[in-house]
Design a binder for this molecule. Structure first.
Ligand SMILES: C[S@@+](CC[C@H](N)C(=O)[O-])C[C@H]1O[C@@H](n2cnc3c(N)ncnc32)[C@H](O)[C@@H]1O
Length: 318
């Protein structure tokens, strides 16, 4: 070994050493599109063979509805099925004005396990090989969803927790303040995933939104939660399916992100509410390129001064 190898090795090691948050300064999303590119992809999206399905919410049972969708046509599924706990959203513990909750929230018919098996079994045929499905579940029925997904042949890629600072007051147990979101894929070797943040954690802290004084279905996901699923797991122009449309959150999230949607909902009383929600937004109105959503170097420098110093040092070496 020659005498000057050691200092060289040392210098190389110093250059390589791990500095917390340094990667954020140079991080870029895996895929990104300008607003113009996203709008063109949305406009050019190939319609389904059955054009009557695209950008529509159909008021029928999702199992028979999904059987009409051509195979290999769905890019992403977002599903927030009924809870199977006899929920109608009107109980006084939910602290709501029940006159504003639309009647007819449908719980699962018969055994929750069987219901879950039947609707999940429809997914693999209609999902493209690179497609994903985000399935929401409370902890009480998680078993049925995990089992149904396995039996349908879908692979669980992540088990996300959505934490919301809202829960029903309890005296002798913990307040439930989270939801489970399973990220399932058709093909674990081929699925699409756009890493739009450097460190995308599996715990999402998003407040539930309340539309005070406005008519609503008895449950509603925050637009931000559904939009996150769409951003990470689909491209502009993609087709997003929601078998349990509720208030139309997925349709609104898809349309405002330059994605198309197909939805099913058995409660016909939601027709006017859903139509209104979809019509009041414009395609792509919430879309901005993913790189523009990241913190700037100046913002990162303020947060992580040590990493910034190292970022400048390494940039100077190039
Ligand atoms: C938990 S809610 C969905 C809420 C929705 N994610 C939102 O943000 O508004 C479930 C919805 O599924 C509907 N539903 C229940 N069984 C169904 C079925 N077999 N086919 C289609 N919709 C169904 C219910 O009427 C209810 O509106």
């Amino acid at each position: 070994m020659s005498g000057d190898e050691r200092p060289k090795e040392k210098a190389a090691k110093r250059r390589q050493r791990y500095v917390p948050h340094l990667a954020e300064f140079t991080f870029k999303p895996t895929y990104d599109w300008s607003e113009g590119q996203a709008a063109s992809l949305y406009a050019a999206a190939k319609p389904l063979d059955d054009a009557s399905l695209l950008d529509q919410v159909l008021f029928e049972d999702c199992i028979t509805g999904m059987q009409r969708i051509p195979e290999n046509s769905i890019d992403l599924v977002v599903a927030d099925p009924p809870f199977g706990i006899g929920f109608d959203g009107k109980s006084s513990v939910y602290n709501r004005d029940v006159t504003l909750v639309v009647d007819g929230y449908e719980e699962a018919d018969g055994s929750y396990k069987d219901f879950t098996l039947s609707w999940l079994a429809e997914l693999p045929r209609i999902m493209k090989p690179q497609a994903s499905a985000y399935v929401f579940s409370g902890w009480t029925n998680l078993d049925a969803i995990l089992d149904g997904a396995r039996k349908a042949g879908l692979t669980t890629l992540n088990h996300l927790i959505w934490h919301y600072p809202f829960g029903v007051y309890t005296k002798r147990r913990f307040v439930t303040s989270h939801y489970h979101i399973l990220l399932l894929v058709n093909n674990p070797k081929k699925y699409f995933f756009n890493k739009i943040e450097n460190y995308p954690e599996d715990v999402w802290i998003v407040k539930r939104q309340y539309k005070m004084g406005k008519e609503k279905n008895s449950t509603r996901l925050p637009l931000e939660v559904v939009t996150r699923c769409i951003d990470y797991s689909s491209r502009p122009g993609a087709i997003v399916l929601d078998p349990f449309m509720g208030n139309g959150t997925t349709a609104v999230a898809a349309k405002t992100s330059f994605r198309h949607f197909i939805g099913f909902e058995v409660n016909k009383r939601l027709r006017t509410l859903i139509r209104r929600e979809i019509d009041r937004v414009a395609p792509g109105q919430n879309y901005t390129p993913y790189s523009s959503r990241l913190p700037s170097v100046e913002e990162l420098a303020e947060l992580y001064p040590r990493a910034y110093k190292e970022y400048l040092r390494r940039a100077g070496e190039k």
